[in-house]
Design a protein around this ligand. Structure first.
Ligand SMILES: Cc1cc2nc3c(=O)[nH]c(=O)nc-3n(C[C@H](O)[C@H](O)[C@H](O)COP(=O)(O)O)c2cc1C
Length: 199
């Protein structure tokens, strides 16, 4: 696997450091159904407000259902289509914005994002790569799948095995080799008051 380990100030959990959003997927390699089930199981056990579990995931597997996969690819913006169509699986991550009693769940997106992070960590553990995309036509996929109004379509997610480094196409190599970066800790992590940096 093409290693893009985060340059962390102190050691952190291996899977957190190694997770990254690459774009060079192995077009020929399917994801084992048992691996997919493990990732969904990881997502299922995510904490959520009132344990409402608002995440709703739709799986599009190119090897199992090419037609549904094509439809999902068609709902990505072009820049994402160009690389994400090589992934064996796309996942639509949506969130039910209503609690069971009909009131608004304002933590629905928060909890769904957490579930996708759980899925991503389990994927990394299994040697798989996850790449989330906000660049998709949410209205179009919502209509095509007849998703109810109170469910928000949040992201599309590419999932699969990475291509070995020596097989990465020319068009992708520069981006794949680009440095991973983060803002300094002081920009987002405060101590006691806003916005007093913690360091
Ligand atoms: C909600 C969300 C939307 C994103 N949308 C896109 C996208 O449309 N296209 C893309 O190539 N990457 C997208 N990304 C990937 C980010 O650019 C990437 O996570 C960020 O640059 C950090 O890189 P890393 O995940 O490798 O650490 C998205 C990530 C998230 C979490």
């Amino acid at each position: 696997m093409f290693d893009k380990k985060a340059d962390t100030a102190l050691p952190i959990l291996d899977e957190l450091a190694h997770r990254w959003s690459g774009r060079a997927y192995d077009n020929d390699r399917a994801v084992e159904p048992s691996s997919l089930t493990r990732m969904l199981e990881a997502a299922r056990w995510t904490p959520s407000c009132f344990n409402a579990q608002p995440w709703r995931l739709v799986i599009f597997d190119r090897f199992q259902d090419p037609e549904a996969f094509e439809m999902a690819v068609g709902c990505l913006v072009e820049a994402n289509q160009s690389w994400a169509k090589a992934a064996p699986i796309l996942i639509l991550a949506a969130a039910d914005t209503l609690f069971g009693n009909g009131s608004t769940n304002r933590w629905a997106a928060y909890d769904t994002g957490a579930a996708i992070m759980s899925l991503s960590i389990e994927a990394t553990r299994l040697g798989l790569m996850v790449h989330q995309m906000g660049g998709f036509k949410a209205g179009e996929i919502k209509t095509r799948l007849s998703i109810p109004d109170h469910v928000d379509c949040l992201t599309m997610i590419a999932l699969g095995y990475q291509l070995p480094k020596d097989q990465i196409p020319e068009a992708l190599i520069e981006r794949e080799e680009g440095e991973r970066s983060r803002k300094p800790l002081r920009d987002g992590f405060f101590e006691g008051t806003w916005p007093e940096p913690r360091d």
